[in-house]
Design a protein around this ligand. Structure first.
Ligand code: FE2
Length: 221
């Protein structure tokens, strides 16, 4: 089977001109975004940012620009802790889930948006470590080709251990079938090219982008 070329972005934070320029390039098959795509002023709180983001999409111009740049290429999306308005339907995005893979161009994707608590008062997708560890176990058990989370694993990839997902690095060390882990959230740890968690290449594309190729597994006979 042919490799699928994935363009990965994260933490765009409303920079739509830069994003559309990137999505207009011809050298990818599928766009994956791992959250915090929309503009926000986090100190103003969730309600004000929901209204801001809803207004950003309201006249349809942002979705039109994205669709034009994508030129019918599919999108796989997980939200981030700064995404208050759920916009995926406007661009026909596939969503990842903890209990169900999204299958796109022959690749299986799973993941979630939830992050550790950094400032509990500004977004309800932040969870405590026990809840996150449960999500991580469920997600890794699905053995998707591509794992997507907004936050990176806890450890050197997360700047401060408490800002990363508990148990994920350990699970990736012994995982089977996961060919890439895509994330963002920790801008200080974004890199061009992979970092490695045991055998799994980890791409943190916060405030940047990465292009990677992943080959679908042959169907089980
Ligand atoms: Fe984030």
């Amino acid at each position: 089977m042919n490799p699928v070329k994935i363009l990965h972005t994260s933490d765009v934070h409303g920079e739509i001109d830069r994003l559309c320029a990137l999505l207009s390039r011809p050298d990818y098959d599928l766009w994956v975004d791992t959250g915090d795509l929309q503009p926000d002023r986090w100190r103003e709180g969730a309600r004000a940012n929901f209204d801001r983001q809803q207004a950003w999409w309201a006249d349809g111009s942002v979705a039109r620009r994205l669709r034009l740049a994508l030129a019918d290429r599919p999108v796989v999306l997980c939200y981030g802790n700064h995404d208050h308005y759920e916009f995926g339907g406007l661009i026909d995005a596939h969503h990842v889930g903890v209990h169900q893979c999204a299958e796109v161009l022959g690749l299986r994707f799973a993941g979630f948006a939830d992050t550790p608590v950094i400032a509990r008062d500004y977004f309800p997708r932040q969870r405590d470590p026990a809840a996150l560890a449960t999500l991580v176990r469920g997600m890794v058990r699905l053995a998707p080709d591509v794992l997507m989370t907004h936050a990176p694993p806890s450890g050197p990839w997360s700047h401060k251990p408490a800002w990363g997902l508990p148990g994920l690095a350990e699970a990736l060390q012994t995982s089977q079938g996961i060919q890439a882990h895509l994330c963002g959230h920790i801008h200080e740890r974004g890199t061009e090219g992979p970092q490695w968690v045991g055998p799994v290449p980890l791409y943190n594309s916060a405030r940047r982008h990465n292009l990677l190729a992943v080959t679908p597994r042959p169907p089980v006979a």
